[in-house]
Ligand binder design. Structure first.
Ligand SMILES: [Zn+2]
Ligand SMILES: [Zn+2]
Length: 220
């Protein structure tokens, strides 16, 4: 069987957030999940075998998974940016989102954050008595996803006062089961193992637990 191939560009997957083009569907997915913010720029298909980043989940479910009962879908159905653009009369209003720089009290250094979750964690780490210093996006790690090599930049390196080092990744809990993230974190664990460090993933629940621990340290 011969498939009709489009002439000209083979870059058939266009990022709906920034316009970058990909010839490989997995590269396209990895790009969106890595470079853009869930909730603001994209939402994830809830089906485990798919987990595609999309603008509008309900539309995606209707087209790609027509047997899925839409009544079973809960959660955010559309990326905030696209929700805003489609609501009449509000087209000029830019959606608000958490992105910016934070100056660490401990090091005086600026750390970039791309989510409210990261910003919250920086503030906690500054209050954490056991933490000497922390730095954002310390280095790149090579990892393999679907047979292809990619680069991954972990969010934080945390230096403890007892000399221990940990590499931390901040991710919403609904992204921890994504195959691409599992592949990244496997590579990060190997990179830590050879250095005698620990690798940890901080979800919103773990960050809240850490916040409680730091609050109680101030009471004692
Ligand atoms: Zn993009
Ligand atoms: Zn899907």
């Amino acid at each position: 069987m011969t498939l009709p191939f489009p002439t000209g560009s083979d870059k058939k997957y266009v990022c709906f957030c920034c316009g970058l083009q990909y010839s490989d569907y997995e590269d396209f997915k990895v790009h969106i999940i890595d470079e853009h913010e869930e909730g603001r720029d994209f939402v994830l298909c809830p089906l485990d075998h798919c987990k595609a980043p999309v603008r509008d989940v309900k539309l995606h479910l209707k087209v790609k998974h027509p047997h899925f009962n839409l009544k079973n879908f809960k959660g955010q159905s559309r990326a905030i940016v696209w929700k805003d653009f489609s609501s009449k009369g509000k087209k000029t209003r830019k959606p608000r989102f958490k992105q910016g720089k934070y100056e660490s009290i401990k090091t005086g250094k600026m750390l970039g954050y791309r989510s409210g979750l990261e910003e919250k964690l920086y503030k906690i780490l500054d209050q954490h008595d056991d933490v000497a210093s922390f730095y954002s996006e310390p280095f790149n790690i090579d990892y393999i996803h679907k047979g292809k090599a990619h680069k991954y930049t972990p969010d934080l390196i945390v230096n403890f006062i007892d000399g221990q080092k940990e590499l931390w990744e901040v991710k919403p809990s609904n992204q921890t089961d994504l195959e691409v993230n599992k592949n990244k974190w496997y590579a990060a664990e190997q990179a830590c193992k050879i250095r005698g460090w620990k690798f940890k993933v901080y979800t919103e629940q773990k960050i809240e637990k850490l916040a409680q621990k730091v609050r109680s340290q101030n009471i004692d």
